[in-house]
Design a binder for this molecule. Structure first.
Ligand code: C2E
Ligand code: CA
Ligand code: CA
Length: 631
């Protein structure tokens, strides 16, 4: 502590201003110096004046009282609270501001009523201990922010600047300093922090806060043997559809409701974060066994399934989720989140309302997907893709009605790759347009060739799958027309297979495009019917010609009478709407028989033929020759 201040409190004349000088010392040491010189000057000049008037004690007293009064005024009306306390925790003096900040009517009341500052004023007594420790160490404390309690119990934030006054031997005499009320600043800081760390819509933690908490959890795993945590990635199924059909305000309300439900499934110490538009992440901390995480996950799925009421409407949503149970090997939150995300996507691939536990195998598969992505460009350029045809036949006499074209990839290293693997990659990376158009062109030109030489081919329908992303492309109708022009294949023999999600993704646009295609003469089938929205009512509003019952239903036909009833309903509904029905994936005579009884007109499946190479398909078309099955 600078020597000049040490002297001040010792001077009886300047004793009342000591905290005031201390105050300025802490605000600005230069100012404090000026103040001390000013006060010292005043006292000296008073002294001189007194002497020159022949040691007139009255004059000294008068001058002294004037100065004191001025100082007293400043002390009294300062905005900051100025205090002197005993080291044990009683107020010796305080100004009005000090009393006001702490909610007392007068400084006198404050001094009288408070006899244990640590417990009466400090919201956390350990803060007072910290202050004392710092004072003992450094003699002073600057800008210490502490929570204090007002007389009425209200908590406030203050900033304390104080110094310890000691006697010559270093024995503490008192603490003095000043206090400012920073509650308002703290509140706005907290609000800012909240904006920075929390999602404004749902009030959940945002990505930054989540990443930080996961980092800490990883850190704790390293320090503590029996510390386990788990990360769940939860994604709302088809929120986009809800947004499109009910509007964004509705979607937001669903998100808010989902956030509340997620929170209700976990404990206070867990973190629920909004990770992306319809993605949430739950961090479960301090869990005993992985089974506990699985239990929470099940609870989340069940909770989310409960219908949500928004205004007067009720909707039901489901979620897909992925979970990382063994978090031990992780060193970065990013890796952990990526793997939980991979598991979630795997769950989603299997349909809505599923969850999947992450395993290293899933990661290998994801890496493989990534390598597929880079291989795909080469495959397109080097002709590694080829097409196969699967016959579609009439139910009653197995007459050939047409073919569905399916893409195949002969990978130079990995061998045959199935569309279930490469179509999603092509979709995700935007290569589906090129691939899809290539398939369409290839199939149309082959069939056009057949038509030129074989009258048997004239009636055959060519069914081509158009993926969701491909159908969402702006030029799709024009592209298809170009292919027809180029290959000379007649539009009325072409059937496009669209999934329900391709249509519902953006229904108004889809319907417009479907109508434009129909004007050309192209017919349209809804593919995999029953797996998507399964809302039959929308069917009648769509310009459709054909409905393909998903192979999942066909294969479960014999398992339960319920499935049979669903298929019966689908077929009769289709009949009512004038749609033809094709059953996919018919593998047994028994299935075929049931379908036939239910009134289904056409089918395709291993029972009749697997997808076949072009030469085999051509033989079948020409004279019904059935060559050996392919592997
Ligand atoms: P999809 O349109 O539902 O095609 C029918 C799938 O069922 C084909 O699988 C076919 O080989 C298989 N399948 C046919 N009969 C049977 C059967 O009796 N039993 C069983 N278990 N399966 C049968 P594939 O060829 O693996 O194609 C899978 C999916 O990939 C297709 O499902 C389609 O959505 C997509 N896909 C294939 N080629 C293309 C294409 O060129 N473009 C687009 N966008 N998607 C394609
Ligand atoms: Ca299909
Ligand atoms: Ca299908």
């Amino acid at each position: 502590m600078p020597q000049r201040f040490r002297l001040l409190p010792q001077s009886r004349l300047l004793a009342p201003v000591a905290p005031f000088v201390a105050f300025w010392e802490m605000v600005s040491p230069d100012y404090a110096l000026a103040a001390s010189v000013f006060f010292a000057d005043i006292s000296l000049s008073c002294f001189a004046v007194a002497l020159s008037f022949g040691g007139c004690a009255v004059a000294v007293v008068m001058a002294r009282s004037k100065t004191q009064r001025r100082i007293q005024e400043i002390y009294e009306y300062a905005v900051e609270g100025i205090f002197q306390t005993t080291p044990e925790g009683r107020f010796i003096s305080a100004n009005r501001a000090m009393a006001r900040i702490l909610g007392y009517d007068t400084p006198g009341q404050l001094v009288r009523e408070v006899n244990d500052i640590g417990h009466q004023i400090y919201a956390h007594p350990q803060d007072r201990e910290k202050l004392l420790r710092l004072l003992r160490q450094d003699g002073r404390v600057q800008g210490l922010e502490v929570a204090q309690r007002r007389r009425d119990g209200l908590m406030i934030w203050t900033q304390v600047n104080a110094r310890l006054v000691t006697d010559r031997s270093g024995h503490p005499l008192r603490i003095e300093g000043f206090v400012s009320d920073i509650t308002r600043r703290k509140i706005s800081e907290a609000e800012l922090r909240k904006q920075r760390l929390y999602d404004p819509l749902t009030d959940l933690a945002n990505r930054d806060l989540l990443t930080d908490r996961i980092s800490r959890a990883i850190e704790r795993t390293r320090r503590r043997d029996n510390y386990y945590f788990s990360v769940l990635f939860v994604d709302i199924d088809r929120l986009k559809v809800l947004n499109d059909s009910h509007g964004h305000a509705f979607g937001d309300a669903v998100l808010k409701a989902s956030a509340l439900r997620l929170k209700s499934c976990v404990r206070e110490l867990d973190t629920v974060a909004r990770f992306g538009s319809d993605e949430f992440v739950v961090l479960l901390e301090e869990i005993d066994t992985p089974r506990e995480a699985a239990r929470v996950l099940k609870r989340i799925h069940a909770e989310m399934r409960i219908p949500i009421k928004v205004d007067l409407q009720t909707v039901q949503i489901t979620v897909s989720s992925g979970v990382v149970l063994n978090t031990a090997p992780y060193t970065s939150p990013e890796d952990l989140l990526r793997n939980a995300d991979i598991a979630m996507h795997r769950a989603k691939d299997q349909g809505p309302d599923r969850f999947k536990v992450f395993t290293p195998r899933l990661h290998e598969e994801a890496v493989l997907m990534m390598s597929l992505e880079t291989d795909m460009d080469r495959a397109l350029a080097e002709g590694e893709f080829y097409i196969v045809f699967q016959p579609i036949v009439g139910m009653s006499s197995d007459t050939l009605m047409g073919f569905e074209v399916l893409a195949r990839w002969r990978h130079p290293v990995r061998g045959e790759i199935l569309p279930s693997e490469f179509i999603p990659v092509a979709e995700d990376t935007g290569r589906i347009d090129t691939l899809g158009l290539w398939v369409l062109t290839e199939a149309c030109s082959i069939m056009a060739d057949w038509r030129a030489d074989h009258p048997q081919a004239l009636d055959l329908i060519l069914s081509v799958n158009i993926s969701s992303r491909q159908f969402a492309k702006r030029n799709i109708v024009k592209d298809i027309r170009n292919v027809l022009d180029k290959t000379g294949f007649p539009a009325d023999r072409l059937r496009l297979e669209l999934t329900e999600s391709a249509i519902m993704h953006d229904a108004p646009t889809a319907v417009r495009r479907m109508k434009a295609l129909r004007v050309l003469g192209v017919t349209i089938a809804v593919d995999d019917f029953g797996t998507g929205y399964s809302s039959m009512s929308y069917l009648q509003q769509l310009p459709l010609d054909n409905l393909k019952i998903d192979l999942g239903f066909v294969q479960k036909l014999e398992q339960s009478p319920e499935n049979r009833e669903i298929v019966r309903a689908i077929i009769s509904l289709a009949g009512g709407l004038g749609l033809n029905v094709v059953a996919e994936g018919v593998e047994s005579e028994a299935q075929k028989k049931v379908l036939s009884e239910l009134g289904c007109q056409m089918y395709q499946g291993y029972l009749f033929a697997k997808p076949m190479k072009i030469a085999q398909a051509k033989a079948l078309m020409q004279d019904g020759t059935r060559q050996a099955d392919e592997d």
